[in-house]
Design a protein around this ligand. Sequence first.
Ligand code: 13P
Ligand code: ZN
Length: 271
Amino acid sequence: MNNIQNAPFMVDFIRTVTNMYTHGWDERNGGNVSLLLENDELYTYLDQDSVIRTIPTGFDAPELIGKCFLVTGTGKYFKNVQYDPENNLGIVRIGKDGKTAELLWGFCDGGRFTSEFPAHMMSHTIRLGIDPEHRVVMHCHPCNLLAMTFIHDLDEREFTRTLWRMITECMVVFPDGINVLPWMLCGTNEIGLATAEKMKTARLVVWAQHGIYGTGKDLDEAFGLIETAEKAAEVYMKIAHLPIKQSITDKELQIVADAFGVKAREGWLEL
Ligand code: 13P
Ligand code: ZN
């Protein structure tokens, strides 16, 4: 067996959560990430028959049976992951009943996966149905996006149009826009279902007064989506209280979309 700590997916994952921490998106235990692994690759590092323990998930995910995920642990600090991955991270496989997770590696102090496991797994299910190359769900608490949910209309079309206007390339990065959930209690199946529903039409979902979810085919794509949305929100928070002299028009946003070969969310530009 190869050493799993040297696996490219493990190295990439640890670098990414460390980077999220240094961006200030993950105070204390804030945020969580899950990465869908390729079983053939994983089983060159782990014996697929060695299940350390099984953990009930509290929901049914029949579409994910047999799939393996590298996931952050509940209550664990992103800043510590690089120094002790086996304690702060785990690899789980969704069991044959669809309702349990089989721990194959990690959570070695007896811990378990993030409290947002329902939102992660339900979002994976939806995004995989839309894009078979989808692999990552990422959640964090970036300051400016969070701040924006206190002062901006939460209508997702208006929220997105504001952010599209803040940096020319937002249209290129997230033409599908950002969906928004009102405040809800976190860590529940209910917010998981609501998040997954919002994932049907966008790869980014804001949780008002809490944070954001980004998804993608790899860690870079999910990170880059959040990074770009957060930068746009930062520009907004710097200018929202100032008189605006000029901005990007919807016609110009359409010119950007055409130039980069992307399609803005249907009906979201006023042309
Ligand atoms: P966990 O520590 O359970 O991952 O929770 C952090 C969080 O951000 C909850 O939304
Ligand atoms: Zn959170």
